[in-house]
Ligand binder design. Structure first.
Ligand code: PLP
Length: 506
């Protein structure tokens, strides 16, 4: 008769040897998938419903070999997947699921813990605290954002979740502690720009403030960035009208064009009006790891909270959104609720961080491991090289666009984000052609791009950030775009070739 432990393993989970064998097979599959990516079309040729139509039953009554799942990956999943890790994925902001970070995620899953309290995950909690403290220093964030400085950091699943919990903390603070019991009054207001990420508008609604709570601050004339003067006036007028300004959210690197709000000036105004400032640097913030981009965080030292996403541009798989607050008690003050079953001496001592009080959900994974793993494999130097490579490639692409008749930058290049449109002097026709250009590139499968609207004009965004994206990928994209633009508008080819260069806003 087998030993009880082995018998139990066979009944409830994979035996260790079987796990090893299947684990190696899965790692082999991922390695081959990543290696073959450059030869695949970036975007799948699939219509809505086209994935389900190919699926058999997903719930076998009796066990089937896991290898069959890998063949379903090959047969159904891979051909119908938008390949975010493809070197010619330039859409949205690329997602940096580095192989190193996947291994860290595996370690986290292997431990399989729940990090809601320090006592349920002492290692998970303190590694995360230490990592966030050190990462803050590497970014050049003010020491007030570290645990030693009275603040502290956490790893949220997303910048959207980070914005929500920060808003709740700001509501608690601005209501002098009444929000937890009394809820919102309908007079709360949140200040953004037209370019602020939609997650803020969502957080406002999830928090029950209603869409009317969103106040869009006028931009600095001639730009899209938040005007501190306009904010000042709006805050004063709202307070005088009996409204309650709760939170201001400047962005470092907007999603549309990578615009950077004047955080220092905004923060100075907000502090005078005693309003919480949350800096959303979801994409661009990690660039401050490079000393030459430290200026991105100018003014952040005076903000109340700051967020940046390594899952966008710092070699770490989703979900890794780093959130720092200057006051370590602010999130627990808003979110901590302690049923009897969670009581424990460590929490009662007040000497530990219980990360459940820094987020909406109770349970949480050991997310720090994937960032830690990526840092082991690549180091800060590797991370910096990765960021600098993309900024360099973006600079070269922007130069090509500026030099090409018929193309213009739709906005100034921001770090590794380039926005462009076709320009022959006929706005309607140019918008149509720009859209057709994007569609033609995406349909070809040779690259993937997304769009935005700048000054009411359709623009293509090229977000350079793929882990394996190199010069050859940008060369191929540029040639394809140039040739496609000519082919799309044969009548305008001469015009495209001789158009007076417009500088756009670039
Ligand atoms: N903020 C900015 C500036 C973004 O660009 C994005 C996503 O692109 C977000 C917030 C939302 O990020 P997440 O997916 O982590 O919620």
């Amino acid at each position: 008769m087998p030993a009880a432990g082995i018998e139990k393993a066979h009944m409830t989970d994979l035996a260790p040897e079987e796990f090893r064998r299947l684990g190696y097979a899965v790692v082999d599959w991922v390695a081959a998938y990543r290696a073959e990516l450059p030869d695949r079309p970036v975007r799948p040729d699939v219509l809505p419903g086209g994935v389900r139509a190919q699926l058999g039953t997903l719930l076998p009554e009796d066990p089937v070999p896991l290898e069959l799942l890998l063949s379903e990956m090959d047969r159904v999943v891979v051909p119908t997947t938008l390949h975010w890790q493809h070197p010619r994925f330039f859409g949205y902001f690329p997602a940096n699921a580095s192989l190193a970070s996947l291994l860290g995620d595996l370690l986290s899953g292997g431990l399989g813990g729940q990090g809601m309290l320090w006592s349920t995950a002492p290692a998970g909690t303190e590694v995360e605290q230490a990592l966030l403290d050190e990462f803050a220093a590497a970014l050049g964030l003010d020491a007030g954002f570290t645990f030693a400085g009275g603040g502290g950091g956490t790893i949220a699943d997303s910048a959207s979740s980070a914005a929500l919990v920060v808003l709740l903390a700001a509501l608690q603070r601005s209501s002098e502690g009444r929000w937890r019991d009394e809820g919102v009054t309908g007079r709360e207001r949140v200040y953004v720009t037209a370019e602020t990420h939609s997650s803020l508008a969502k957080a406002v609604r999830v928090a029950g403030l209603g869409g009317r709570a969103i106040r869009v601050v006028e931009p600095v004339p001639g730009s899209v960035t938040m005007s501190a003067e306009a904010l000042d006036q709006m805050l004063a007028a709202d307070a005088a009208a009996g409204l309650r300004p709760v939170l201001v959210c400047p962005t470092v690197g907007t999603t549309g064009t990578g615009a950077i709000d004047p955080v220092g000036a905004v923060t100075e105004v907000a502090r005078r009006h005693d309003v919480w400032v949350h800096v959303d640097a979801a994409w661009a913030g990690v660039a401050a790891l490079c000393p030459e981009y430290r200026w991105l965080l100018d003014g952040v030292a005076e903000a109340n909270s700051f967020c940046t996403n390594p899952h966008k541009w710092a070699l770490t798989a989703f979900d890794t959104s780093l959130l720092w607050v200057r006051d370590a008690t602010a999130l627990p003050a808003a979110l901590s609720i302690t049923p009897e079953y969670l009581r424990n001496p460590a929490s009662d001592s007040g000497e530990v961080v219980d990360y459940r009080d820094w987020q909406v959900s109770l349970g949480r994974r050991f997310r720090a491991l994937k960032l830690w793993a990526a840092l082991h494999v690549h180091g800060l130097s590797g991370l910096r090289a990765h960021l600098r490579r993309h900024v360099r490639l973006a600079g070269a692409l922007a130069d090509r666009i500026s030099a090409e008749p018929g193309f213009v930058l739709a906005a100034p290049r921001s770090l590794a984000l380039v926005c462009l449109r076709l320009d022959t002097g006929d706005p309607q026709a140019d918008d149509r052609a720009t859209r057709e250009l994007l569609e033609a590139v995406n349909d070809s499968g040779r690259a993937f791009l997304t769009h935005t609207v700048v000054d009411g004009r359709y623009a293509i965004r090229i977000a350079i950030g793929g882990i394996t994206t190199g010069e050859d990928d940008l060369d191929a994209l540029w040639e394809q775009m140039r040739d496609t633009a000519r082919a799309l508008r044969p009548g305008a080819a001469t015009h495209l070739g001789s158009a007076r260069k417009s500088t756009g806003r670039g």
